[in-house]
Ligand binder design. Structure first.
Ligand SMILES: [Cu+2]
Length: 116
């Protein structure tokens, strides 16, 4: 899944460049967790990430699904099979989301503050 990029081409943020833990330059979608949509379920159903993480959803079903935050923070179009959707969570909080086509499909993203 495209995890072999060397990130050194990204412009270095002036302050953070020396921090050893900066693996994901801010503002660029980079490797992050993927939530599979399969058999009318989000998997994992609940995911905890740190702020700034880009979460990917990928629909494996031959049925359209959407990802829609209950508080409308994010909303995907209908995803066909093998389509994906990304969202970067910059603000800590608990984000509940549903598939607007199948409201019984629910998931939660918990975003914790990045340590700095
Ligand atoms: Cu659905």
């Amino acid at each position: 899944m495209g995890s072999f990029y060397v990130m050194s081409l990204a412009p270095a943020p002036s302050m953070a460049a020396s921090a050893a833990e900066v693996a994901a330059p801010h503002g660029k979608s980079s490797a992050g967790p993927t939530i599979s949509i399969h058999e009318f379920m989000f998997s994992p159903t609940s995911l905890t990430v740190t702020a700034g993480t880009t979460v990917h959803w990928k629909n494996l079903d031959p049925e359209p699904h959407t990802i829609r935050a209950v508080d409308a923070t994010f909303k995907s179009d209908a995803l066909d099979q093998d389509d994906s959707f990304n969202f970067t969570f910059d603000k800590p909080g608990t984000y509940r989301y549903v598939c607007s086509i199948h409201p019984q499909m629910v998931g939660t993203i918990v975003v914790k503050s990045a340590a700095h």
